[in-house]
Design a protein around this ligand. Structure first.
Ligand SMILES: Cc1ncc(C[n+]2csc(CCOP(=O)(O)OP(=O)(O)O)c2C)c(N)n1
Length: 344
C-alpha cells in the first residue's frame, strides 16, 4: 500500500480509537462498573485489528478470541453499545448478557467473541462454506491468540478450509504469551505459519508494529481468500500488560517488558506520518481530542444505561424454540418424584 497522507491519518485514527477505548474500559473496570471479573485489553495489538480488517467489506464476517474489543471496533462497532455491553447493560450489543468476552453482532458480521481458546475458529469455516455454496463474494476471518496454536480444532479447521478452498483467513495475534506461558514453553516450533503451509494454506508472518505492512499482506491474503485460497497470518506483537486486568505479570522481567513495549504500532505510525507525510503535532492532537471525547461519552453512556430487567434473565440466552428453563425447585421435585415412582 502506498497510502496518501489522508489515508495514513485515517489508519492512525482507527488505531488511536482502539487504544483510547481500551484505556477507558480499563478505567471502567477499576471503578468496578464492568460486568464479570475479567477484562482483556488489546493495547499494542491495534495494528492487527486495523491492518487485517482494512480490506474487509460489508457482508464479510469474523470471530474473535477473548481479547477482541479492538477488532470489533475496527469493523465499525459503536463504542457506546460496546461499552454498555461490557458494563452488562440492556443497551449493549447482546443486551448486557455477553459481556467483554462474548460480544456478537450479525449485522456487522461479528459471529462472536469466544472465551474458549480456539472456540471461535470453526465458525469461520462454516461461514466460508456458506459463501462458497451460495456463491457470495465474501470472506470470513478468525482472530485468535497464540494459545490457540496448540488447539486441535484449529488444525481441523485449517484442513477443511484448504481442502474445500474456502474464502477463509486464520489470523493469529501472536503477543508471545498465553496467560503466564511464553510461546517457546508451549511449542517446539514457534514459526506457526510453517504449520499452516503443511495444510496447504498460504502461510505468512508479519511485524505487528507496522500497520502498513499488516495492511499490505492482509490485502493480498484477503483477496486470495475471496478467490478460494484460504490463508493463515501470524501478526507478531507483544502483550503490553498482564493477561487480564488483575494480572501484574510477575512471570516477566522488567527488561523483557521494556523491550516488548518498544513495539508500539501507534508510535511507529506517528513516526512514519511525521517523516513521510509531514504530519504535525497539531494534527495528531486534533484527532486524539475528538476520540477522547467520543470515548468519554461512551463511558458516560454505559454508566447511565439501565441493566436488563430481571424478568428478561433468560431471554436471548436460549434459542427461541427452547422452552423457558424450569425453576430449580420444580425441576428437583419432578426428578425426585419420577425416580421414586420408577423404583417403587
Ligand atoms: C480451551 C481453553 N483452555 C484454557 C483456557 C484458559 N485460558 C483463558 S485465556 C488463556 C490464554 C490464551 O492465550 P492466547 O491465546 O495467546 O491469547 P492472549 O490472551 O495472549 O491474547 C487460557 C489458557 C480457556 N479459556 N480455554
Amino acid at each position: 500500500m502506498r497510502p496518501t497522507k489522508e489515508q495514513s491519518l485515517e489508519v492512525y485514527r482507527r488505531m488511536r480509537r482502539i487504544r483510547t477505548f481500551e484505556e477507558r474500559v480499563g478505567e471502567l473496570f477499576v471503578r468496578q462498573q464492568t460486568a464479570g471479573s475479567m477484562l482483556h485489553l488489546s493495547i499494542a495489538e491495534e495494528a492487527a485489528a486495523v491492518g487485517v480488517t482494512y480490506p474487509m467489506r460489508e457482508g464479510d464476517s469474523f470471530t474473535t478470541h477473548h481479547r477482541g474489543h479492538g477488532i470489533f471496533l475496527a469493523r465499525g462497532a459503536d463504542p457506546k453499545r460496546m461499552m454498555a455491553e461490557i458494563a452488562g447493560k440492556a443497551d449493549g450489543y447482546c443486551r448486557g448478557k455477553g459481556g467483554s468476552m462474548h460480544i456478537a453482532d450479525r449485522t456487522l458480521g461479528h459471529l462472536g467473541a469466544n472465551a474458549i481458546v480456539g472456540g471461535g475458529i470453526p465458525a469461520v469455516v462454516g461461514a466460508g462454506l456458506s459463501y462458497k455454496v451460495l456463491a457470495k463474494p465474501n470472506v470470513s476471518i478468525a482472530f485468535f491468540g497464540d494459545g490457540a496454536m496448540q488447539q486441535g480444532v484449529l488444525y481441523e479447521s485449517m484442513n477443511l478450509a484448504a481442502l474445500w478452498r474456502l474464502p477463509v483467513v486464520f489470523v493469529c495475534v501472536n503477543n508471545q504469551w498465553g496467560m503466564g506461558t511464553r510461546i517457546d514453553r508451549a511449542a517446539a516450533n514457534t514459526q506457526f505459519h510453517e504449520r499452516a503451509r503443511t495444510f496447504g494454506l498460504e502461510g505468512h508472518v508479519v511485524d505487528g508494529a507496522d500497520v502498513f505492512a499488516v495492511i499490505d499482506i492482509a490485502e493480498r491474503l484477503v483477496q486470495g481468500a475471496r478467490d478460494g485460497r484460504a490463508a493463515y497470518l501470524s501478526v507478531e506483537c507483544y502483550r503490553y500488560y498482564g493477561h487480564a486486568r488483575m494480572d501484574k505479570s510477575p512471570y516477566r522481567t522488567p527488561e523483557e517488558e521494556a523491550e516488548g513495549r518498544k513495539q508500539d504500532p501507534i508510535q511507529r505510525a506517528i513516526t512514519r506520518l511525521r517523516e513521510k507525510d509531514g504530519a504535525t503535532t497539531g494534527e495528531f492532537e486534533a484527532i486524539d481530542a475528538a476520540i477522547a471525547q467520543e470515548m468519554d461519552e461512551a463511558v458516560e453512556f454505559a454508566i447511565n444505561a439501565a441493566p436488563p430487567p430481571v424478568t428478561d434473565l433468560f431471554r436471548d440466552v436460549y434459542d427461541d424454540h427452547e422452552p423457558a428453563p424450569e425453576p430449580l425447585r420444580k425441576r428437583l421435585e419432578r426428578i425426585l418424584t419420577t425416580n421414586l415412582t420408577a423404583t417403587n
